[in-house]
Design a binder for this molecule. Structure first.
Ligand code: PAF
Length: 283
């Protein structure tokens, strides 16, 4: 595995692979890698000749300094983990290099970013848009991989690449879960054992809601009941629970006319912010 920090060295290394007819898969990450990231890497390695992974904790996407400072940084462990995976290049740019000039341009995702993460993390998606655009230009992959745990991020990035004609395919990979159902996240490493157990309520609430939808029950009533479950849960503070139409991320209270439905949840356990979602194809 090549470990490269400099932008031009990265572009040159990738160009050499491309000249030799290789296809490039790209997995952007912020490190503290877990099985969810490994699933992205595995999919990339299946679809492409070469897999590039980046590790960069992007300050532009944090609206809360405390959250940025607390974000786990374990580069040595990540390198050890990646050395045993099908990864050809690890890109680890520094902040000074990636943001040699502070970007003035940002991406406005329109209605897609009005709610949920866009509403509760002001400026978050603008920062994600900038860093992902920069990384995609530097790496120039054929395909790039995002976890569906961050459903809104995936939909936004896919739309950005379509609207702005990025020459790469954006692929979503299923959420990987711990045995308790808790979605894998770099932030889970900041939780105590008890916190991790408490955090599985995110998934449990969504599963109960899913069963209700499968039985044709009212979405309004299901959302109300699930909010009660979250409010009663030990050591859990609900931030939002919303049902949306994944096409435009508009909030919905019934699903009868929808082709697909997503229910997204965010909340805090031990002061750590966690998100999860349920995606259902209805027709
Ligand atoms: O999902 C993440 O880890 C980040 O938002 C990403 C896509 C690597 C951009 O910093």
């Amino acid at each position: 595995m090549h470990i490269i920090g400099a932008l031009d060295a990265l572009s040159q290394t990738v160009s050499a692979f491309v000249k030799n007819g290789k296809t490039i898969g790209f997995v952007p990450t912020m490190g503290a890698l877990h099985d969810g990231h490994l699933a992205l890497i595995e999919q990339s390695a299946k679809d492409n000749d070469v897999t590039v992974v980046s590790i960069f904790v992007n300050p532009l996407q944090f609206n809360n300094l405390n959250d940025l400072e607390k974000y786990p940084r374990v580069l040595e462990d990540d390198i050890r983990l990646l050395e045993n995976q099908n990864v050809d290049v690890l890109f680890t740019p520094t902040e000074n290099e990636l943001y040699a000039t502070k970007p003035l341009v940002s991406i406005n995702f329109g209605v897609l970013a009005n709610g949920l993460e866009g509403e509760f993390r002001s400026g978050h998606f603008e920062g994600v848009g900038v860093v992902v655009s920069k990384l995609l230009h530097i790496v120039s992959p054929d395909r790039t991989y995002f976890g569906l745990k961050d459903l809104q991020q995936f939909i936004l990035i896919k739309r950005m690449c379509e609207d702005l004609s990025f020459a790469c395919e954006v692929i979503g990979v299923e959420t990987v879960r711990e045995p308790s159902g808790l979605a894998m996240s770099s932030r889970n490493s900041l939780l105590s054992e008890t916190g991790r157990n408490n955090a599985s309520v995110l998934y449990k609430g969504l599963q109960i809601l899913k069963e209700g939808v499968m039985k044709g029950q009212s979405l309004k009533a299901l959302l109300k009941n699930t909010r009660v479950i979250y409010d009663k849960a030990e050591n859990f503070k609900l931030e939002y629970l919303e049902a949306i139409d994944p096409k435009d991320f508009s909030k919905v209270v019934k699903y009868e006319d929808l082709d697909e439905l997503a229910v997204c949840v965010a909340g805090y356990v031990e002061g750590i912010r966690l998100i999860d979602n349920l995606y259902l194809r209805l027709k």
